[in-house]
Each structure stands twice: as C-alpha cells, then as structure tokens.
Design a binder for this molecule. Structure first.
Ligand code: FES
Ligand code: FE2
Length: 454
C-alpha cells in the first residue's frame, strides 16, 4: 500500500471518515458455504432437507436447486417421488423435459429410462449395451410427509430415520405447508429466530404493531442449550402478567416459533408452536424457507390467522416476501424479509458490532461452527435426526406460558428472570414425558411456581 491509498481501519472511530472504512470484508466462508465438500455444506447434508411442497410435484418434472446442486424432482405414474441430478447421464439433456413413467423418468433426447433410485433401466438408443448395468444416474432418497417432499443428500450409507417432532402429533391442529423465498444466505434467516429483540423494534415500535402490542416490551433474555440445539427464553412484563416464551433452533437449520399474535392479556400454559420451518439453502446466496403453519381454535384465539393465505410463496403474516407489497410500502413498514434480505446476499458478520442483545445470534453461529468442526473431525455432531425421543417422538421446547404475577415494587426485572428460569426448568423436565402428558405437567408445575412466588 502506498501513501496515496487510504489506510483501512476495521472499526471507524472518527466522524465523517467513511473514506477509511475497511473494504473487502470477507464472507464467513466456513459457516456460510453450502456446496458438497465444503465444511458447512457437509453439515447441511447430515439432515433431511425439505425439497419443495408436494403440490409442486405434479405430472411434470420440476427443476430445483438445493445446497448448490441442480436437480430435478418428479413423481412417477405410481406416485413415488424421485430427486435426481438434472442432467442426463447419457449426454446431459435436462431431465426437466423428461417424461415420468411407472418406475421413473425417460429422457427426452434419446429415451434413457432412469428409476427414482438412479438405476438406468433402459438405453433404447443402444438396447444391447451393457452400460446401464455399470453406471447409475445420481439420485437422492426422498421422503414425503404431510405435504412436503424431503431428501437425504448426505452419505447414502448413513440415511437416518425421518424424525417425528411432537409438533406433528398435536391434537386438533391443522398443519398447512408453505414455501417462501429469501435472496440471501440461510444463516441470516435462521439468525432472526434467535434474535427476540427484533420483535420489539422491527415488529412493533418501528413498523407499528405487526403482531400484538405486547411484543413492544423489551424482554429479559436467556439462551439455553437443548439436546438438539438451543432455545431463547424471553420473558416480558405485560400489566399483571409475566409472559414466558421459548423458541427452538434445532440443528442445523430448523426453527419453531410460538403463537404469532399472543396478546398476553390472559393466562396460557404451554401453548405450542405455530410454525415449524427449515431455512433450506438454494445455494450460498439464496434460501427457501419451507415448513408448516399450524392452526387450531386455541392457537387462533386472538389472531389474524388465515389458512387461505398460507402456501406456495405466501404466508398469513406481514413482511415475509418481496412481492407482497410495493417497495415504498415495504420501506415505510418493513418486516422480516426486508430486515433479513437487506443485510446483503451474505451478511458480512466480520463488520458487525454485536451487543448484549445479540447473544443468541452469536451462540447459534458458534453452535453451527462447532458442529461443522465435529463433522470435519469425525466426532459426534448434533442434528435433529439424533435427538432423543420419547415413544418415537422428538420433544421440542417451543411454547408460550402467561402467568398472572403482578409487578414487584423492587426489581421486577429480576423477578421476571427468576420466573422465566423456573418455567424453562419445567419445560425441560416435561420433555422426558410422553407428549400427551407434557401440558398437564407444565400446567401443574407452573401453577405451583406462581403460587409460591405470589
Ligand atoms: S441425453 Fe438423455 S438420453 Fe441422451
Ligand atoms: Fe420477525
């Protein structure tokens, strides 16, 4: 660097000194990469990833890009779903133009017939060739569940059982699949879920109450490890109520979120998740969020819930897609989409200035990093597929509990933290019970907590 060039400084301390700010801030390659053979990409290939909604796989094949791989998903005439390399093993024609058959798909160019597992059944342009017995077309195992197609893109000798979460077996709950697009790296979409303070600002004080006004109260925050990831524990004061909310991140890229419009005006106990969603990379700079929105009379008590607004490219709450509102309106009333995508295609966290409110984001990124290292070094990693189960069901920790506990004259914030910690202990203890018994246990135990501290 010569004297004529600006001296770059990583942290500006002087006013009007933009000229000296650091250039070429590097991406955090280790955790943001998603390709096969990269550290992050290998971790993401150790979990069942959602491919698309079942409704997207009709009579025509569909091109999908997942974890940087160009693939085709299709449904055979007998209903089985295949996920295969996009380009034909013969001479590379795109199988999006192939014709689904009883057992697989035939390539449009010379008719090679490929089964869902990659077996080449026929090579009709050279019927006598034994080539088909010596090669396979690249294919991934799939699993279709409740309106979503999933794939295992990791080592085929290690295909785990598809994990059944407690959220899937809740009584009187309807699960509606949805799929949303974000033009940015998957981690910053997941960051948002371990960043509860954004609810006070983005969703309430800045944009007006996009959910309930109680969200504008700054919570007391704690972050706790679970067997498969972490939760944030956020505790809000709302008049004579203490509202304890817990939100899961399950490794590597799965989140659950509680009731979206909870007012905290009335008591609630162990109200379960309103959303289960994967931040599934398309590639390093694009993400498809795929999951279910849950509806139930109890959950929808004071909500704007609308199942007709949930599906492909849409969801029933504001600020989740680019095309739902004009740009100027999105500028005036921004939502999660604007905040997350606005961080850039890959947020440059080396240039961030974290504070106490960002502990959840820092902890979550460290968890991802530690598990990437575990995969690389061949030691045990954490993933939802490895979660402990009770009767075959994975217990999760997302819930809302609202207790009537009037404010303390002295140090109400410490009181709230104490109540929050006790409720979290109960939620963790309940995870050892069968799903059917958890709510009753939490109700009894939190009732005892409230009685003891009142
Ligand atoms: S390129 Fe597919 S059969 Fe020839
Ligand atoms: Fe949000």
């Amino acid at each position: 660097m010569t004297d004529a060039m600006p001296k770059e400084v990583p942290r500006l301390k002087d006013r009007f000194a933009a000229y000296y700010r650091a250039r070429n801030v590097e991406r955090d390659h280790e955790i943001v990469q998603v390709d096969r053979g990269t550290p992050g990409g290998e971790y993401l290939r150790r979990t069942w990833q959602p491919v698309c909604l079942s409704e997207e796989v009709g009579d025509l094949p569909k091109v999908v890009r997942i974890l940087g791989e160009d693939l085709v998903v299709f449904r055979t005439r007998r209903g089985e779903v295949g996920l295969i390399e996009r380009h034909c093993s013969h001479r590379g024609a795109s199988l999006e133009y192939g014709l689904p058959t009883e057992r697989g798909i035939t390539c449009c160019y010379h008719g090679w017939h490929i089964a869902t597992d990659g077996t080449i059944l026929e090579t009709p342009n050279d019927p006598a060739s034994t080539l088909k017995d010596r090669i396979c077309h690249p294919a991934y195992p799939t699993h279709e569940f409740n309106g979503i197609v999933f794939a295992w893109m990791g080592p085929p000798e290690k295909v785990p059982t598809f994990p059944m979460l407690d959220a899937y077996v809740q009584p009187d709950v309807e699960a509606v699949p949805f799929s949303l697009y974000f033009p940015c790296n998957w981690i910053q979409v997941l960051d948002n879920t371990q960043d509860p303070t954004h609810s006070c600002f983005l969703h309430t004080r800045v944009s007006g109450a996009q959910f309930a006004v109680s969200w504008g109260e700054l919570p007391e925050l704690e972050y706790l490890r679970t067997p498969v990831g972490m939760i944030n524990l956020n505790v809000r004061r709302w008049h004579d109520k203490v509202w304890v909310r817990t939100t899961d991140v399950m490794m590597p890229n799965l989140n659950q979120t509680g009731h979206l419009w909870l007012t905290a005006e009335y008591e609630e106990t162990f109200l379960r998740t309103a959303i289960t969603r994967w931040m599934r990379p398309i590639d390093e700079t694009h993400t498809q969020m795929i999951g279910w929105r849950y509806f139930s009379p109890r959950m929808d008590r004071d909500s704007g819930a609308d199942r007709s607004e949930v599906g492909l490219g849409k969801i029933d709450f504001i600020g989740q897609t680019e095309d739902e509102r004009p740009y100027a309106e999105r500028q005036r009333v921004p939502g999660d989409f604007e905040a997350i995508a606005g961080q850039g295609a890959v947020a440059l966290n080396a240039a961030w200035n974290l504070n106490h409110g960002d502990r959840g984001v820092a902890m979550m990124r460290k968890l991802i990093r530690d598990n990437i290292e575990a995969i690389r070094s061949g030691t045990d990693h954490v993933a939802i597929e490895r979660a402990p189960t009770v009767g075959g069901i994975v217990p999760t920790y997302t819930q809302d509990t609202v207790l009537t506990l009037p404010p303390r004259q002295r140090d109400d914030r410490a009181f709230m933290r104490d109540v929050g910690a006790k409720v979290a202990e109960v939620v963790f203890a309940s995870a050892k019970l069968p799903e059917k018994e958890r709510e009753g246990f939490v109700r009894k135990s939190t009732g005892e907590i409230a009685a003891a501290v009142r």
